[in-house]
Design a protein around this ligand. Sequence first.
Ligand code: AMP
Ligand code: GLY
Length: 426
Amino acid sequence: MVNILLIGSGGRENALAWKMAQSPLCRNLFIAPGNPGTALCGTNVSLSINDFAGIGKFCLEKNIEMLVVGPEDPLVNGITDYFLSNNSLKKIPVIGPDKKGALLEGSKSFAKEFMQKYSIPTAAYHSFSKNETSEAKKFLSTFPSPYVIKADGLAAGKGVVIAQTKAEAENALDEMLVQSKFGEAGSKVVVEQFLEGIEISAFILTDGVAYKILPEAKDYKRIGENDTGPNTGGMGAVSPVPFANAALMKKVEEKIIIPTMRGLKEENIFYKGFIFFGLMIVANEPYVIEYNCRMGDPETEVVMPRIKTDLVELFFAIGEQKLSEAKFAIENYSAATVMLVSGGYPDKYEKGKMISGTEEANDVLLFHAGTSNNKEGKLITSGGRVMAVTSAGSDLKSCLEKCYHAAEKIKFDKMYYRKDIGRDVL
Ligand code: AMP
Ligand code: GLY
């Protein structure tokens, strides 16, 4: 049995904590900083996700024997390298890639070059740096609208602009390259071809040599029903995705996963952790829209309930680079999650709203995202995405019914959720 520290505080981390806490190998689970949902799975620790020295000190004090990193930020900032380069911390296996591996998410131009080099299908592109704004604008004339403009670095999910007109695209280029709207993250941009298709999220867990393909998921990114309005972090998810049949997933493995693993090896990237492939399926062919060096949120909320195998056992196998010998099984059922969000999200919204009715929602899993406890210990909202109402069961339709039934019981001022999650795939 081991003590584990999980870094993060969203719905993803609540789902990971929920799954890890079920493991007979888990002695004490700590979550930094966690939320009221993760507090039901382990002990929250008030440490910031980028305070590597504080996290390291805590690990030594509490005899932590495994570090699991939920969000991309600390990975891109090098938490894994920090542990590997410290004599007393390097024996602790870290689930999450080092800085170089995290570049798959941390730099869009790095990811694009990587895909090109290893023949991984993706949208045609060109990258431009700060002094190349006019070249970037000229490049727009070489293909039809809409135009896809991406800030190179992490921009909290706001760094992608899909411009319908050339004027909008030029404006986005000016904002990123000239006005530094995203700071350093936008000092380089990727301009790429627009791919028209259906998006799915695919995931692997890897020790750098072997990999296990986790259940795929479909995320509902737009705020409005029928995929309208601005992009959000994700308003709900389902798994499995009915159209992601064995033939399509075989293509994903052969054309994307295997070449990605080969690329990591050839680039001497020792990758231990999750890889999230954001895919666009165009005419039955998968293309990589983006790599992420972590699990998705809210995808984790539907992927975790579908993994049969002990997650901590898999993490151990990764630490020892013995994933090829590890058993891995997926549950034969479906899962759905519906995100309850604060009114106004993804733009301005208020926090501190009293949440009621959670105790009545007792036949679903409630993964907390943006919640906290007020001084009186009452549950209040503290973020845009507040809670992921999740259900797992024999079929998607009944899972969704359960989620929506439970969502009706939960209340907070200006609460909003999409009522059409999963409708397109039923
Ligand atoms: P990303 O932050 O890279 O996930 O991009 C945000 C969203 O923009 C994606 O989920 C897609 O819906 C969309 N997107 C990104 N790149 C493209 C592309 N090349 N073609 C069409 N849509 C895209
Ligand atoms: N749900 C998309 C993401 O986690 O990036």
